[in-house]
Design a protein around this ligand. Sequence first.
Ligand SMILES: [Fe+2]
Length: 404
Amino acid sequence: MTPKRSDPFTAPSTVGDMVPESGSCVLSDLGRSVFDRILVVDDEPAIREVIQEYLSMEGYEVQTAADGIDALEIMRRYEFDVVITDLSMPNLDGFGLMKQALKIQPLTSIIVLSGQGTFENAIEAVHRGAYDFVAKPVRDFKTFKLTINRGLEHKSLLINKQNYQSNLETMVEAQTRELARINRLLKQYADQLESVSLSVISTLLTALEEKDRYTAGHSRRVTHYAVGAARVLALGSHDLWVIQTAGQLHDMGKLMIDLSYVNKPGPLTKEEWEIMKEHPAMADRFLAPLPFLEDVRPIIRHHHERMDGSGYPDGLSGEAVDMKTQVLAVADSYDAMTSRRSYRNPMPHADAMTELRKWIGVYWLDEPVQALDEFLIRDGGPREHVEPTAPFAPPAAPWHPRES
Ligand SMILES: [Fe+2]
């Protein structure tokens, strides 16, 4: 390494003061220059000087190297737009230089300048990544300059393509992130909508139940019993959600029928009962526009169905009354039995369980009844009921299985 020599054709250096001995000048810095940068590699000093002088006068920033090894050393320090190289050189020839130079600066256009201007050499050079091939000695400098300018344009095109791909990837990444963000928001809105819908319906139903001191808290207790029994049966998390939601909404059809039937003290007449029996199907129709309740609606519709076909509204029988429906039906019946009515006292837990067991194999399977019993033993029996504040004179009316 020697101190930099002054060169009339290059801009002043801002990067270090040392250059390789073979270098005839120092490029301005490691970044992009306002000039197009060319590296001329040839082992004949006279040729290097002629080409350097010509190109410098044409406004290019030129560096020279005496062979492939020197050229690579310079290329590791400075970026070039075009490399003009001889083929036959000591230490490292033009083919060897091209191979390694394109690893260091893949976008550089390499122009082979060789006295061995055979067709085979030209083909070989292009195969190894050369942009063009010019025969030496250069006789037509105008054409030579055009070749160099095409090499410069080629590098610009490669840079633009690289920038475009990079921008495209950045844009695609940004849009993918934005889509993911919008999807998350939509999911949140959908979840909130589902939650608000459930909350509104549940609140309306609770308000309806609270109007009648005998049914106050019914849906809340039925949900508690049904989910407890479902846990004993080791049902999965989705089934638990289905049962919980069905428990909260199972009597919402009563919101749509004449409230005087719902809150009527004493047993219903036959006509009133026929209307009352419409409440499961009414709830099913009301909830039909809510797709997220698709799995819940059948349980609500069938919570008064019984395995012997005596239930309503569809008179299902046998296995058509599935386990989740039976869990809710048993919980519903248990709460009806252990709740006070205007016409009867609440049934003690043990009596209610005896009554439920009496209908095993007729209304429901053994499993949901046993599961409820097991849950209630752990849970301490029926939930606390809101006792009526009005004077209460219960007659000795029995619980009817249809009552809930
Ligand atoms: Fe019901």
